[in-house]
Design a binder for this molecule. Structure first.
Ligand code: CDP
Length: 217
């Protein structure tokens, strides 16, 4: 029997990270924020003075990534998010990060992964798939509060522009573009508090769990 994989995809600041962590706590499963992998590649490449647009340079960083250092607060900055989205367009970068993510998804008795391509590429057979969205304005407001809370001096308008640019780049790239899997359940959190969104997500996963258990006989 395979583990129960919960795939949580969606655009920047949609609430998917918080939802993933809370679902993981509810079911007692480990959680992987896959965005951190791309952030680590972007930040690592920049620290080495490399070019974010160079696929070969970015892939070399991805292949030698130290995956035990994803706690670095430098990965949470605005600049890291932008760098992540630029290296994430490279096919060789995505390939280098694939095995680690697939192995995480194969953990027993289950795992939660959040990102852009979990339901489509990393774990297409996941029995529970959510695609979490919200309007760009609401997402910008959430991200602006988060970043200013971390001490970054940024304006709401800058963040809204970032979010729009990132949506376009992540959704428009050729390699594993951000999109809902055909069998994902859409969760629009625009009008929801994080508690309401988590509750809605829990119900979606419970329904998926019941179907999955029936299918396992
Ligand atoms: O929450 P936010 O979207 O700002 O950041 P994130 O989830 O940490 O992702 C940062 C960037 O990494 C995204 O804009 C994507 O370009 C990329 N990413 C991806 O391509 N595939 C994933 N599974 C996760 C992130």
């Amino acid at each position: 029997m395979n583990g129960f994989v919960i795939a949580v995809d969606g655009p920047a600041a949609s609430g998917k990270g918080t939802i993933a962590v809370r679902l993981g706590a509810l079911w007692g499963y480990p959680v992987l924020d896959t965005g951190l992998l791309y952030r680590a590649v972007g930040v690592g490449l920049q620290r080495a003075g490399g070019d974010l647009d160079s696929e070969a340079a970015a892939a070399a960083v991805a292949r030698s990534l130290d995956l035990s250092h994803l706690e670095d607060p430098a990965l949470r900055t605005r600049a890291a998010g932008e760098a992540a989205s630029r290296v994430a367009v490279h096919d060789d970068v995505r390939r280098a990060l694939l095995d680690f993510q697939r192995a995480f998804a194969a953990r027993e008795p289950g795992a939660v992964l959040d990102g852009r391509d979990i339901g489509t590429v990393i774990a297409p057979a996941a029995p529970a798939k959510l695609y979490v969205t919200a309007t760009p304005e609401v997402r910008a407001d959430r991200r602006w509060k988060q970043l200013t809370g971390q001490g970054e001096a940024v304006t709401y308008d800058d963040i809204l522009a970032d979010i729009r640019r990132r949506d376009e780049r992540d959704g428009g790239r050729e390699s594993a573009p951000m999109r809902p899997a055909d069998d994902a359940v859409l969760l629009d959190t625009t009008e929801m508090t994080i508690e309401a969104a988590t509750d809605a997500a829990r119900r979606i996963v419970e329904a998926a769990r019941a179907r999955w258990e029936r299918s396992q006989g």
